[in-house]
Ligand binder design. Structure first.
Ligand code: F3S
Length: 755
């Protein structure tokens, strides 16, 4: 079903061939991240060193993973490429659309009905194009990937920010937007700025209540939510080797909370154990043979400060359990200081719900450690005071935990087992609350705790801790409780203490599952029909964008001159619009509705040059489109910053905007525009922005000699009959100019495969 051993061996062969060359061109020993990155260069062996934090590099990832919410547009785009199969092994995981309300079975059934058209589409498109499909209820993307696909030394992209979870198995795994996934599945290179490196040296060994989760909670406190941006975080040292593979996964998963590109551990015995216990002894054997390439060079470990841009050290023996929050995951409190912080800050002391599990913390080890706490409550006759929910990360973990009596232990203290899905972690939680605006506290073993993230309630104070600490708090029902020092009153009125949790790293009887929820694709998908209801308002097949007409673009109308910040959220808002992310025409009704119009300082109100009336941006653009008139969007500095959301580039393209002309672009958005066949231009002289007037009709001249490094001319025809001619720049390379000419990058692939 799952991994492709030959592909993995191929990666190890390439590593063997390419790492020496990379070491030579870089001129020094290499860290693990560098070894993996340099052996996954699109161009083959390295011919030059890439400057960290500066150089943009094309990579060839080994795998793509997609969750159901982001997979929709990724796959709709991929279909545009006209390929019979995906170019690299890929999987889809149905985990984000299941709402938690009553419990696993009922909630799953409701989700299957509610999301039927989305699931049918994802299943059929996966079946047709050779993509592994994990049905709703099979589990959460990152846990399923760790159990089945991640391998040491590999490189993967995933359409979810916690994709780095696979770093726990020594993989460079990076969260991306749907357009990137679609490109890689279509056979295109994937571009990334060569990351900088943070080294985290772990010494000592965890003990007592402290767990791997506390390592990353502590690191988040040190580095803050922005501290990892642009960095790969590499963990090493004897402390790293002492952590279980899934514990390493937890640490890498939450690297997203410090903004890290990804996080990674070197291959070790713990990884080999995990591979064997998840039925991949042959991968462990292959990794064992390639071991020297799956860790940093010795010199790096001997003198890390020379090789990492930043270094942190942590002695695990001294690490206390942590509780982070509320409202941000980097507000880190050692357990001994937490009760005081709760009191001083006037956070609600009564704990209403404890939630364990999620992609971050639902390993067998996590479940057993939490169950060892829950079991004591039953034995010592203590009733859990808060609500308590358990979200298994996969059906395999759930099935094994049920077999081993772990779920029963949770249920005995009132625990409710939810579906193997994201649920409350992503706000898919129909929480039962008397007053949803009441100030209240919850604690989770998830990763994010921003306001409204879990239950949509601004007044909910969400804290993050390890599953065993969450369980102890749920039993106490009180955030000022410290399980390491405090007693609880049991039903007999006695004061009792909870003992330190005992975990079992890997199930003694092995993992087990009856139906993992996997659907293998058809061997030949050519006859498979992709299921999209033409009446659907959530899904719409895409039509290829039109080729460039071969002439200069004349008579374009100014749609909007955006003032100030214009992020991808301003261009394509999230929130309620996410429902339409698989339907380009419907989601296009949010195009630029957040951008501020320079001429009236209002958002979503622009002049329709044909009638002189003011209207909403998407509606005005639809009028131009209906009349066959192209338009242009003008913007300020760093246009398109924010996320890699491809809709922000696809919507203007779909509605007939021909060019975006700005003072400067956020790089990812600029590339996304190029991929969709748009013209992404910058003012050669930023003050020319001031020359653009509300009634301008605009020509873009010089497209017949469009070439790298050569400026174009824009003519602004003002309504008073005067005009301004200005020079505009671009960063298109030869390949990207071809994308523009063909109408999109995917059109080129489609032509090349003869579709
Ligand atoms: Fe899902 Fe939350 Fe993980 S949304 S993928 S469980 S971070």
């Amino acid at each position: 079903m799952a991994f492709d051993l030959d592909m993995i061996k191929g990666v190890y062969t390439r590593m063997e061939e390419r790492i020496d060359t990379a070491r030579n061109v870089v001129g020094r020993p290499l860290t693990l991240a560098e070894k993996i990155l340099y052996s996954h260069l699109w161009e083959g062996s390295a011919s030059a060193a890439y400057e960290r934090g500066k150089a943009y590099v094309d990579f060839a990832p080994d795998r793509v993973a997609m969750q159901d919410a982001t997979a929709q547009m990724a796959l709709l785009q991929f279909m545009q490429a006209g390929r019979p199969q995906v170019a690299v092994p890929s999987t889809v995981h149905c985990d984000h659309l299941i709402q938690a309300e009553v419990g696993a079975a009922e909630d799953l059934q409701i989700a299957k009905t509610k999301n039927k058209e989305v699931y049918d589409f994802l299943a059929s498109v996966s079946n047709k194009y050779g993509i592994g499909f994990w049905k709703p209820g099979a589990g959460i993307i990152h846990q399923v990937v760790l159990e089945n696909y991640a391998f040491p030394g590999g490189m993967m992209i995933g359409t979810d920010s916690h994709t780095p979870n696979a770093g726990g198995l020594g993989m460079i795994a990076i969260g991306v937007g749907g357009a990137d996934a679609s490109d890689v599945m279509s056979g295109l290179a994937w571009e990334l700025k060569m990351p900088r490196l943070i080294g985290v040296k772990l010494t000592g060994k965890l003990s007592g209540w402290a767990s791997a989760k506390d390592v990353i909670l502590w690191v988040a406190g040190q580095l803050t939510v922005k501290g990892g941006t642009g960095y790969v975080v590499e963990y090493f040292g004897e402390g790293a080797e002492s952590l279980s593979c899934t514990g390493k996964g937890t640490i890498c998963n939450m690297g997203a909370e410090i903004g890290a590109t990804t996080s990674i551990f070197a291959y070790d015995d713990k990884m080999a154990d995990y591979l064997r216990s998840t039925d991949r002894a042959d991968v462990a054997e292959a990794a064992e043979a390639a071991k020297a390439n799956l860790r940093s060079d010795d010199e790096v470990y001997e003198n890390p400060a020379l090789y990492y841009d930043q270094m942190i050290e942590l002695d695990l023996s001294t690490l206390e359990p942590h509780v982070n929050g509320p409202f941000t995951p980097d507000l880190a409190w050692p357990l001994s200081k937490f009760a005081q912080a709760v009191k001083e800050n006037n956070w609600p002391e009564r704990l209403e719900v404890g939630l364990i599990g999620s992609c971050t913390n639902s390993s067998y080890e996590d479940m057993t450690r939490a169950a060892s706490v829950a079991g004591q409550a039953s034995l010592k006759n203590i009733k859990a005071k808060a609500e308590f929910t358990i979200t298994p990360g996969s059906e395999m973990v759930r099935f094994t935990a049920e077999r081993d009596g772990i779920l029963d232990t949770f249920e005995k203290i009132g625990g409710v087992v939810l579906a193997n899905a994201c649920g409350p972690c992503i706000g898919q939680w129909a929480r039962h609350m008397d007053d949803p605006t009441r100030k209240n506290s919850i604690i989770t073993s998830f990763n994010r705790n921003f306001a409204k993230r879990n239950d949509g309630n601004l007044s909910t104070h969400a804290f993050v801790a390890s599953p065993e600490i969450v369980t102890a708090f749920a039993i106490a029902g009180d955030l000022t409780f410290n399980p390491m020092t405090d007693t609880l009153k049991n039903e007999d009125g006695q004061d009792v203490m909870l003992d330190e949790p005992q975990g079992i790293e890997l199930p003694l009887k092995g993992f087990d599952v009856e139906d993992a929820g996997y659907q293998a694709p058809a061997a030949d998908g050519s006859q498979v029909q992709v299921l999209v209801d033409p009446e659907s308002d959530r899904l719409q097949l895409l039509d290829p964008f039109k080729e460039w007409e071969g002439t200069d673009l004349k008579g374009l109308k100014l749609l909007i001159k955006a003032k100030g910040k214009c992020t991808t959220d301003h261009i394509s808002m999230a929130g309620p619009w996410l429902k339409y992310r698989g339907h380009l025409d419907n989601i296009s009704n949010n195009m630029l509705i957040g951008a501020v119009n320079y001429f009236n300082e209002k958002s979503n109100l622009v002049k329709n040059q044909l009638s002189g009336a003011y209207g909403e941006v998407p509606a005005t653009q639809r009028i131009y489109k209906a009349e066959g008139i192209g338009s242009i969007v003008v913007g300020d500095e760093n246009y398109g910053e924010g996320s890699s959301r491809e809709h922000a580039a696809m919507e203007p393209r779909h509605l007939g905007v021909r060019a975006i002309l700005v003072k400067s672009f956020a790089r990812i958005h600029e590339t996304n525009l190029k991929k969709q066949g748009m013209l992404a231009l910058t003012f050669a002289d930023p003050s020319d922005y001031e020359k653009v007037q509300e009634d301008d009709t605009i020509d873009i001249v010089g497209l017949n000699s469009f070439e790298p490094g050569r400026s174009l001319t824009v003519v602004l025809h003002h309504s008073d009959g005067t005009k301004d001619e200005i020079t505009v720049n671009h960063t298109y390379n030869e390949q990207q100019i071809k994308w523009f000419q063909a109408g999109s990058a995917l059109n080129i692939i489609r032509k090349s495969v003869g579709a």
